[in-house]
Design a protein around this ligand. Structure first.
Ligand code: FE2
Ligand code: FE2
Length: 305
């Protein structure tokens, strides 16, 4: 046994306001997204609520914070700049890891660096790079003690009203190798992805197009934990593998301050990881009612040593 490591998971914070929506970035997709944000989402995803969630999270003193995408709304450069400022307010890149969501890589940004601005928060650490084979941005690997954070990108620009994702063959192939190399050294493999990774977790217009292929990679090469966002729901499903089944955990938005559709209110998850052999405790904290305090919502064991 080694010292337990606590990792906090926050997702889909959808930071406002939307700024910098100039003619250069206008198109039908962004216009539809902007109208939706003005009418509905602007009042629902609240920075003041997110600030309280983050304050509570930091009071738990996690060793690392992971953010699984949708920091932005319509993928504008100014949103990426604002999100970088927010990331810096959470912590430095050694302690915070991000993967992009479909609202971050939303539509064309031309020559603008877009989400590459977040590179310090979504690239391999020096030790982790040795497991990646070099060259590509994703997946990246960051080591936190005996825990490897593996960042997968599922976000691709899509047509209006479509929010699907795709990992792609090249990334899947690299992921297989990474999982094998880390697994052979007994390192805890914590996979981070925006879209729900398994078939049937989201409908065709919103789901991962190659979920079946990703499921096959996870099943064959193994992982210890997968966390995702996108659905704005608290979910736990299991991916069967040749070894133990892998918990796949989705979390609600980190900033939802009032009832909106059927989404649960703002929340984040803490994973207390101990081992090997690996024990995982999940603690969910968030709002039980609009305007209420941040409280413990759930506590469960996902893996028992
Ligand atoms: Fe989202
Ligand atoms: Fe999303």
């Amino acid at each position: 046994m080694t010292t337990p490591i606590t990792v906090a998971h926050l997702t889909d914070v959808h930071l406002g306001p939307i700024a910098g929506f100039g003619p250069r970035y206008w198109n039908l997709k962004r216009l539809a997204g902007y109208i939706n944000w003005r009418r509905h989402r602007r009042g629902a995803y609240q920075k003041s609520v997110l600030d309280r969630i983050v304050a509570d999270m930091q009071a738990q003193a996690p060793a690392h914070v992971v953010v699984t995408g949708d920091l932005a709304n319509i993928g504008l450069p100014q949103e990426h700049i604002n999100a970088l400022g927010w990331l810096r307010s959470i912590g430095d890149p050694d302690n915070v890891t991000v993967v992009p969501g479909n609202h971050d890589i939303y539509s064309r940004v031309g020559a603008d660096p877009g989400t590459h601005r977040w590179a310090q928060y979504m690239s391999s650490c020096a030790e982790g790079a040795a497991y990646c084979g070099g060259g590509a941005d994703f997946p990246f690997v960051r080591l936190q003690g005996r825990v490897a954070l593996i960042g997968v990108n599922s976000a691709v620009p899509t047509p209006p009203l479509i929010a699907w994702g795709r990992v792609g063959r090249d990334q899947l192939s690299r992921l297989a190798g990474i999982l094998d190399r880390l697994g052979s050294e007994g390192i805890f493999r914590f996979v981070l992805i925006h879209h729900p990774p398994l078939p049937g977790q989201a409908d065709t217009a919103r789901g991962l197009r190659d979920a079946r292929a990703l499921e096959a990679v996870l099943a064959r090469h193994g992982a210890e934990l997968v966390s995702h966002g996108h659905n704005h729901e608290d979910t736990l499903v299991w991916c069967r593998t040749a070894g133990a089944s892998v918990p796949v955990v989705g979390a609600a938005s980190g900033s939802l301050g009032r009832h909106y559709k059927s989404e649960p209110l703002a929340r984040y998850n803490l994973y207390r990881i101990d081992g090997p052999p690996w024990r995982i405790e999940l603690v969910g904290r968030g709002l039980a009612e609009p305007g209420g305090p941040v409280v413990e919502l759930e506590r469960r064991i996902l893996a028992e040593a």
